[in-house]
Ligand binder design. Structure first.
Ligand code: NAP
Length: 334
């Protein structure tokens, strides 16, 4: 990703990857996710982005090819997953071995990668942030997207009823996941949610931000939790990329100070807490057991990254878009 622009500015480069340093492993990438974070990064609007130029790629699944000093040689040949935030759109990557999580046998790499960032994000928001319990009702904004489809499934698995907002063309998909769909483009969402759940909902998962965040908070019933985790609605705004997050943080703090029984929190996925690996393993094992599906519906070779990003940015994708580096690429290929 050389500079700010549209998906067409992406460039493919080939460079030598030095062997793994101490504590590192070289992973041959089998699948790497395309996420809304890259759509935001390309516009310079992602709040934790590096300076241009950089190699994007939030997560990967691949096979360990070699390991550096101090790393168990038994790791070679194992399929692993990692959350990298940037750098995964590559054929091979050198990563700290301690950041790699084992992928259960038999899982398709594209399905597995669709559950890395999105799966851990959804799992932690449901179980660590909102603590969803059986019999509750939750509202998932963007229920047709990468994170949204997993939020719906994990909330259903936790025993909750789910209302999911999505464009009308994706309602069938949202219904098939087990949620009641609401059209956020044409419906009055708070009014529809009140019809479906007159007492309000126990949790709202909001990646949209902007003025609608207030509606999300108001739709909570007493004891409910708003989990804000993005600002998709401000993608086209001008000004500093952190600006849209100030009102979100301000509101979350303000609502936290009001003793009305409702809670509000901002969530951000990170790989360093101890429970990241634990939660990733839990999600991958649910996937391996077939209790959730990751819906890696669109798979493209790495060379078509621009097209993949365009598809996601235009709203044309349902489920997860995954880049699959061509099989058979050799380390010495030029
Ligand atoms: N905080 C964190 O740790 C964290 C981690 C991962 C992702 N995220 C955030 O999560 C969001 C989703 O990421 P993703 O990769 O899953 O993206 P995605 O696959 O592109 O899905 C985004 C979804 O948002 C929906 N949407 C867009 N505008 C909406 C609105 N105004 N109201 C309701 N839904 C709307 C779209 O629905 P339709 O296509 O049906 O129109 C689409 O399904 C992004 O904002 C991303 O930055 C945050």
């Amino acid at each position: 990703m050389p500079r700010e622009g549209g998906p067409g500015v992406l460039e493919a480069h080939r460079r030598d990857l030095p062997g793994p340093g101490p504590g590192e492993a070289v992973v041959r990438v089998e699948a790497t996710g395309v996420s809304f974070a890259e759509v935001q990064m390309l516009k310079g609007r992602y709040f934790m982005q590096p300076k241009f130029p950089f190699v994007p790629g939030y997560d990967l699944v691949g096979e360990v090819e070699s390991v550096g000093e101090g790393v168990d040689g038994g790791l070679v040949g194992r399929r692993v997953a990692a959350l990298t935030q940037t750098g995964s759109w590559a054929e091979r990557v050198a990563l700290p071995a301690k950041d790699l999580a084992p992928v259960p046998d038999g899982l398709d790499p594209a399905e597995a990668v669709a559950a890395v960032t999105n799966g851990v994000t959804a799992w932690q928001m449901i179980h660590r942030a909102a603590r969803v319990r059986p019999g509750q009702t939750v509202l998932v904004h963007g229920a047709s997207g990468g994170v949204g489809t997993l939020l719906v499934q994990l909330a259903r698995l936790a025993g909750a009823e789910v209302i999911g907002t999505a464009s009308a063309s994706k309602h069938e998909h949202v219904r098939a996941l087990g949620a009641v769909p609401v059209d956020y483009r044409n419906d009055d969402v708070p009014a529809r949610v009140r019809e479906i759940s007159p007492e309000g909902v126990d949790a709202v998962f909001d990646h949209v931000g902007g003025p609608g965040l207030v509606d999300s908070y108001r739709m909570l019933r007493k004891g409910g939790t708003l989990v804000s985790y993005g600002s998709a609605s401000t993608l086209g705004d001008a000004g500093h990329r952190l600006k849209p997050y100030l009102p979100i943080v301000g509101r979350v703090l303000l609502w936290g100070a009001v003793p009305n029984g409702k809670r509000a929190t901002f969530y951000y996925v990170q790989r360093w807490p101890k429970f990241f690996q634990e939660d990733l393993s839990t999600v991958l094992s649910l996937l391996a057991k077939g209790e959730i599906e990751a819906h890696a519906t669109t798979r493209m070779p790495l060379e078509r990254a621009s097209e993949a990003l365009e598809l996601l940015a235009s709203g044309g994708a349902s489920g997860k878009v995954v880049l699959v580096p061509e099989p058979g690429t050799r380390p010495d290929a030029r």
